[in-house]
Design a protein around this ligand. Structure first.
Ligand SMILES: [Zn+2]
Length: 499
């Protein structure tokens, strides 16, 4: 502690900065065996209202005590390392159930910590990596767990896709199983391949996240296979069609404009009673749903997505280039997107929202993922927007938080140690300057003003992972610098070149 004070004073003298700022800087990545977070208004995560103010006692990265904040309490006298959050709201760390770790975009290097800082700065303490460079992700998973890098905790799923059956498939999955993977992500498979891959995963006790495509299977196959989570939504309305979807004769699924255009007309063709039957079956079998509502939002409001206010300072030129309409980049299909397409998608969302509510009301588990790096969605910012879309779907803010924390932890198989602010749980915490239950916009960085225009609130100040606090303004400043340097290196000026 004495050393910390000395360092603080030295920083102040050297840089002539206010004491509070220096104090925050010394706490960034401060790895302390035992410390106290004081004066926290706590949202536990399970759906109960906020409580407190509490002091949270952290020992070896785990919550050891939680008690009412009292001046000169025994605990405060005993534990000298203290971070006062002064009545801030504190939520459990968010879990991003649909993440892709990316090292480059559109041929432009995008070195970490760009993405890791953006996730942490958005309150994300855990990610489920659903296919990326597997060996690099496994390496970073290890380094993050040892606090050698500043990054969220990682659950890494190996990606298995395409149609191959028999010994070849088993051989491929066996090879992956030898690595330190946490599950399998299955995608673009016919029914027979999917069945075999699911049986393999089940036999080896590995969870399965499934991105269903327009294939010869639907969510009924997920119910039969006991899939852990359905990613996005395809396969669910498909299970409620009468016959096949009413595709026009010229439809070609490999053409992404066609694909996304007619996806926007799919929910409307789902027969309501059949839909309820499949949602009930999913709930009963414990097949969770990770809707990633945000990744389709550009389809209903392209203008909103393209002009997101955080792009100005935080959009890496690699992503900027990748997002531009281009038939070669997955999801960059907006060549000739029409107001009619947007209208269909707006209606699509309403039926989708209703299905989500029905599913949750009948015992289904909804989790929260973003799928950032595609379709104008930036890491972290996309996740925070996802929370707002869960609210728009009709869920109470406390329920929205539960999707992002308790439910997601449960689906990861971590429900007894992650996702709640509770004694014995890992100290993963998000400290917010404002009340997110009143307005999710306060989770956005302060320089992106909440719509209320009230500058006294807003912004996550600290994201704490495994008991280690990370100062969000410090990380965001570094992200802005990475973006400035990359724009210079690639001679790309945001909103100037080729837009
Ligand atoms: Zn994805």
């Amino acid at each position: 502690m004495l050393q910390a004070i000395k360092l603080k004073l030295m920083l102040c003298l050297l840089f002539f900065i206010p004491l509070t700022w220096a104090e925050e800087v010394t706490w960034h990545n401060h790895q302390s065996k035992e410390w106290l977070l004081t004066n926290a208004i706590v949202v536990v995560g399970v759906g109960t209202p906020a409580e407190g103010p509490y002091d949270i006692h952290v020992v070896d990265g785990v919550i050891k005590h939680i008690e009412y904040s009292i001046e000169n309490s025994e605990l405060r006298q005993k534990v000298r390392d203290q971070l006062d959050v002064n009545g801030s709201y504190v939520l459990p760390g968010f879990i991003n159930m649909h993440a892709h770790i990316m090292h480059s975009r559109a041929g432009i290097e995008m070195p970490q910590p760009y993405q890791y800082y953006l996730w942490l700065a958005s309150g994300i303490t855990t990610i489920r990596d659903l296919s990326s460079d597997l060996d690099r992700s496994l390496e970073d998973k290890k380094r993050s767990a040892r606090h050698q890098i500043i990054a969220p905790r990682m659950f890494v799923y190996a990606h298995v896709f395409g149609n191959h059956q028999g010994e070849m498939l088993d051989k491929k999955m066996k090879t992956l199983l030898k690595k330190d993977i946490d599950g399998f992500k299955l995608r673009m498979m016919d029914k027979a391949t999917f069945k075999q891959a699911s049986a393999f995963a089940r036999k080896h006790n590995k969870p399965v996240a499934h991105h269903v495509g327009v294939e010869d299977m639907t969510a009924w196959d997920n119910v039969e296979a006991g899939t852990t989570s359905i990613e996005h939504w395809y396969g669910i309305p498909d299970a409620a069609l009468e016959g096949v979807q009413n595709f026009p004769a010229e439809m070609n699924y490999s053409n992404e404009l066609h694909r996304f255009r007619f996806a926007g007309r799919l929910w409307n063709e789902a027969q309501p009673e059949k839909l309820e039957m499949v949602l009930d079956a999913m709930a009963e079998k414990g097949v969770a749903w990770d809707p990633t509502l945000v990744i389709y939002e550009a389809s209903r409001d392209l203008q909103r997505a393209v002009t997101s206010p955080w792009f100005q300072d935080y959009l890496h030129p690699g992503l900027e280039k990748y997002f531009k309409p281009n038939a070669d980049s997955h999801g960059s299909f907006f060549l000739g997107w029409t107001s009619e397409d947007e209208t269909h998608w707006k209606n699509n969302y309403q039926i989708w929202f209703k299905a989500l509510r029905y599913f949750a009301n009948h015992g289904g588990t909804i989790v929260t993922g973003e799928d950032g790096g595609y379709i104008y969605q930036l890491y972290g910012f996309g996740y925070l927007r996802e929370l707002q879309l869960h609210q728009e779907a009709g869920f109470h803010p406390l329920e929205v938080i539960k999707h992002a924390t308790v439910n997601s932890a449960k689906v990861l198989g971590q429900g007894d140690r992650l996702g709640q602010i509770r004694i014995g749980y890992v100290a993963d915490l998000v400290v917010v300057n404002g009340n997110p239950l009143e307005n999710f916009q306060v989770l956005l960085p302060r320089d992106i003003k909440p719509i209320t225009g009230d500058e006294s609130t807003g912004g996550i100040t600290w994201t704490i992972k495994d008991g280690v606090p990370y100062h969000v303004p410090t990380m965001l400043k570094e992200v802005r610098n990475i973006v400035i340097r990359a724009r210079k290196d690639h001679a790309i000026n945001y909103l100037v070149e080729g837009r």
